[in-house]
Design a protein around this ligand. Structure first.
Ligand SMILES: [Zn+2]
Length: 125
């Protein structure tokens, strides 16, 4: 098992970071053994890139929604604009869903990998 830093984002997501220390078993080979363990967690005061993108898209949705609200005072005059803004909101929603499911997939992949490492670590105690 080799030790790595973990970066934890404000949004709660995390990723592996710098390599810190080899385990005894693989030291001679000079490579990491492929079993990652967390040596230290570095908290950063920012969201991961995916959450940033999601937030930006949410803000744009909000702006479009506010415009629709204004236009609804004269719905006949702004009919086309309102429809266009609704389309934009729907498109943004689809993009957000996609980003979200990609993020979940990535986190699940890391989680699935970290399980066996932990049990292995216990076995060495
Ligand atoms: Zn995130």
């Amino acid at each position: 098992m080799c030790f790595f830093e973990q970066i934890r984002f404000k949004c709660g997501d995390w990723k592996w970071s710098h390599f810190r220390q080899h385990c005894n078993r693989e030291y001679r080979i000079g490579e990491t053994c492929g079993m990652k363990l967390i040596m230290a967690t570095v908290n950063v005061q920012e969201n991961c890139k995916t959450c940033d993108k999601i937030q930006t898209k949410r803000r744009r949705q909000q702006q479009e929604a506010e415009r629709i609200q204004r236009w609804m005072k004269e719905p006949h005059k702004y009919k086309a604009s309102i429809e266009k803004a609704r389309d934009t909101i729907n498109e943004l929603e689809e993009e957000i869903q996609k980003l979200w499911s990609e993020k979940q997939k990535k986190l699940n992949a890391i989680g699935a990998q970290s399980q066996p490492y932990q049990s292995q670590y216990q076995a060495y105690q």
